[in-house]
Design a protein. Structure first.
Length: 362
């Protein structure tokens, strides 16, 4: 249609230019990454562009300045890349709806949706649990999952949702629902990929307290909920060509982990961290290594993926990266129940936002 157009500007283009535009339209896969301005998300973008220069990469970030800086840094290493920005605060439902509308206008399909943005506010390390863990014979497990070591202080968003739940789970759920027309295209498959965590733990999650209002481990609960939700998305959308997976990047030194301990302590224990890496392959440490499983999934046929496993980024003592699967402690009944609850919550949130708009217009 583009070549056949009689528009004068298009006609004046050389045949060569037109062919390259058409080729791009055919081959340029569209990838959207949330939380792409730092850490694992930004490293993933670097790796994706190094693999496929034709990608149409969209960085969905809440902070415009950080997003622009991330785009600039990507363009320095890949000057010809197609990198665009979209403003998205995944913890604000109004922002999610607005961003989704913009994305639907910009693209006619979406091949990969990386749900990577995540928070762990005011983390506290339980030192007693740490010392106990060191001598319990389960030290390696403790170092790779951080199980029972961290508590967080949650807050309530303007939408009346728990902040960790809204950011790590619900905002992303709403985004998937909103982008369904781009993700579910006839004769075409797409992937939704969640950055979950090995910190996800069944015991921190409850269907009666989805948002984890009553507990002190909202991060672990929200990540477990993302594992369950990914399974539910597969059950609902595989027939429409949408496939969902979850990954754990391992322990990566990013803004999120730097927030756990004072920076001088990190500096002091960094040599120990590199030493621990000899005993556990889950200490991926750099964002590049942490992005391994996210990148690995990009190369897979979605139909070949297992909805019951988590894909882990791992780094050997010698620094080699690889991806391994581990079965998740999830089941269809709980996953379906969570999905129904989220649909209910979605209805309520949409109504609240609509009522708010009406109230505002009065
Ligand atoms: N680091 C680790 O060891 C591990 C990390 N993970 C997960 O990896 C993911 C990436 O984290 P990581 O790279 O480590 O940490 P970073 O803090 O570097 O990255 C988190 C990204 O999410 C963005 N973000 C946070 N809140 C929102 C929001 N409301 N709307 C839009 N974007 C938001 C941040 O943006 P901004 O800069 O504006 O805050 C940032 O770009 C997270 O989901 C995290 O839970 C999982 C296991 C281990
Ligand atoms: C004293 C030493 C050598 C280390 C400090 C102990 C903890 C601060 C550290 C041990 C295991 C770490 C860990 C995480 C955070 C920092 C630790 C608790 C995570 C929970 C960070 C976020 C995740 O999603 C997990 C996969 C990490 C698991 C391990």
């Amino acid at each position: 249609a583009y070549i056949g157009s009689t528009n004068r500007r298009q006609c004046s283009r050389t045949r060569c230019e037109l062919l390259s535009v058409c080729r791009m339209a055919r081959t340029g896969r569209v990838v959207l990454v949330t939380g792409a301005n730092s850490g694992v998300g930004l490293a993933l973008c670097e790796r994706l562009l190094s693999d496929d220069a034709q990608l149409q990469l969209c960085l969905a970030c809440r902070n415009e300045q950080k997003a622009a800086a991330a785009r600039q840094s990507l363009l320095i290493s890949h000057p010809k890349a197609h990198v665009s920005l979209i403003r998205l605060d995944v913890g604000s439902m109004r922002s999610v709806l607005r961003a989704a509308e913009e994305i639907r206008q910009r693209y006619n399909r979406l091949d990969y949706l990386y749900l990577n943005a995540g928070i762990m506010p005011s983390p506290q390390v339980d030192l007693r649990a740490f010392y106990k863990g060191l001598f319990s014979g389960k030290a390696i497990h403790m170092f790779s999952t951080g199980e029972g070591l961290l508590t967080q202080k949650d807050s309530v968003t303007a939408d009346g949702l728990q902040q960790v739940f809204a950011t790590n789970l619900f905002g992303h759920f709403l985004l998937v629902r909103e982008l369904e027309p781009l993700l579910c295209q006839p004769g075409h498959s797409s992937q939704v990929i969640w950055t979950s965590s090995s910190n996800a733990r069944r015991s921190t999650f409850s269907l009666d307290d989805l948002q984890h209002k009553q507990g002190v481990e909202p991060y672990s609960s929200s990540k477990y909920a993302s594992d369950l939700l990914s399974l539910a998305l597969n059950r609902h959308y595989n027939s429409q060509g949408l496939y969902s997976s979850v990954i754990c990047p391992g322990l990566v030194m990013t803004n999120l982990t730097y927030g756990i301990l004072p920076s001088f302590i990190w500096t002091l224990i960094m040599p120990i961290m590199w030493l621990i890496r000899i005993f556990t392959n889950t200490f991926t440490l750099t964002p590049y290594n942490g992005a391994e499983a996210l990148f690995w999934l990009f190369k897979q046929k979605p139909e070949s993926l297992d909805p019951m496993v988590k894909y882990h980024s791992l780094t050997s003592g010698l620094g080699n990266n690889y991806t391994r699967t581990r079965k998740m402690e999830i089941d269809d009944t709980t996953s379906a129940a969570l999905y129904e609850n989220l649909l209910e919550m979605e209805k309520m949130v949409r109504k609240k936002l609509k009522d708010g708009d009406v109230e505002h217009a009065k």
